[in-house]
Write a protein that binds this ligand. Structure first.
Ligand SMILES: [Zn+2]
Length: 130
């Protein structure tokens, strides 16, 4: 199989997993005091605090989704190494650049888009989840 090296894919996945685990869950600070020092009213401060909590929990959810994807990809690597680099649904080869950017993907761009029609295409980085 000339498509992707299993060893390097596995190494990438493990490295990425370590990074995500090390980042850990986002800390949620219930009341940020610094907001009041820049002249924000209590009401705005409350709204800001709620926004921060929402952002943090979204971030945490994305992180755990990512971990699930990474673990799935690692399990697949062990179980069906012949299928690695192929889309789980249409069994077409997954674009190598896509796989390099996101080694945990198990769907080609097209099938992913069918699953996830609302998400923006063209996300670039690993931390660029939206
Ligand atoms: Zn596909």
């Amino acid at each position: 199989m000339a498509r992707v090296s299993l060893a390097s894919l596995s190494a990438q996945l493990r490295k990425l997993r370590d990074e995500v685990v090390q980042q850990g869950p986002q800390k949620i600070e219930p009341n940020r005091k610094d907001a009041s020092t820049i002249g924000v009213s209590d009401e705005d401060e409350q709204a800001l605090s709620e926004m921060m909590q929402t952002l943090a929990s979204q971030q945490n959810r994305r992180q755990s989704e990512l971990l699930v994807q990474i673990d799935r990809a690692l399990a697949r690597l062990d179980r069906e190494p012949d299928m690695v680099g192929l889309c789980e649904e249409c069994e077409e080869e997954i674009d190598e650049r896509r796989l390099t950017l996101r080694p945990y993907v198990t769907l080609c761009a097209e099938c992913q888009a069918n699953h996830d029609p609302k998400r923006n295409q063209g996300r670039k980085g690993l931390t660029d989840f939206r």
